[in-house]
Design a binder for this molecule. Sequence first.
Ligand code: MTE
Length: 318
Amino acid sequence: MIKKNSANIQSSEITDPQIYRERRRFIRNASALLVAGMAAAGLPSRRAQAGYGGQPVTGIKPSPFSTGETPTSYKDITSYNNFYEFGTDKKSPALLSDSLKPRPWSVTVEGEVSHPGNYALEDILKGQPMEERIYRMRCVEGWSMVIPWVGFPLSGLIKRFEPTSRAKYVEFQTLFDPDQMPGQKRDVLEWPYIEGLRMDEAMHPLTILAAGLYGEVLPNQNGAPLRLVVPWKYGFKGIKSIVKIRFLERQPRSSWMRSAPHEYGFYANVNPQVSHPRWSQRRERRIGEFRKRKTLLFNGYAEQVAHLYQGMDLTKNF
Ligand code: MTE
């Protein structure tokens, strides 16, 4: 990224939950064996997770929105991260995010909304239909992953808060606490991290808040306890460790727009036709694979989301 100082889903795309569980069991067993092997060899066996990560989440239902592609390994998903609050390199979040305390946690809801307030995490999660959503995720830097998120549609939560008719956008903020997030002691970005969506994007059925991955509670480095997932947009839209949701009449300015407006627009839709000034967006490398593959418009979710942008010039609204 930047460094200032330094559902019309084809049935063939839907994973049979049984197949997926088998696959997951296989992957987990393989890594358990690896950990056991490392312990036997006297090597440190610290798993790449922090906080409450690793605890099982119960009552998860499969989703027809899941892709049938093979999920990236748990290890890669939890040890190759962008989370600048814990440093700007990919390994730091897994190594340094133990200082984040994801419980107790609360989310403040403000702005153009009938039910503003400070909601406990348990209250936010209560009654939400927890689903497994296996999504393709693509980073603007040119790599991609397939992540089995555990989460629920953002739309249901938004409806609970009853936005007013003036609410056209939703802004999200990450925790600001340099003691818990030591990367915030350096001004590589304007803190707190801010992202936003247009209301129809936020209400889209593909947009979820994730509280877990691989059937388990979200590890700190992936944005515990609650983070946004918008699979047709570049990864930086997926703001982590959310403490505030604001309903606004005006389009919010995200942290990336503030730091480099000519490089990062508000929409950030995955688009192979529109290059980032420093990285072509035509192809991508799936983590764990060698050969590059073509990047798809809206990350392959065009059938479901293209209508949101009809009539918009996507070279200007990048
Ligand atoms: N959220 C916060 N608060 N801080 C960040 O630095 N990085 C973003 C996004 N959310 C970031 C963030 C970027 S650039 C990416 S690619 C994704 O998180 C990475 O999410 P992952 O580590 O779970 O794959």
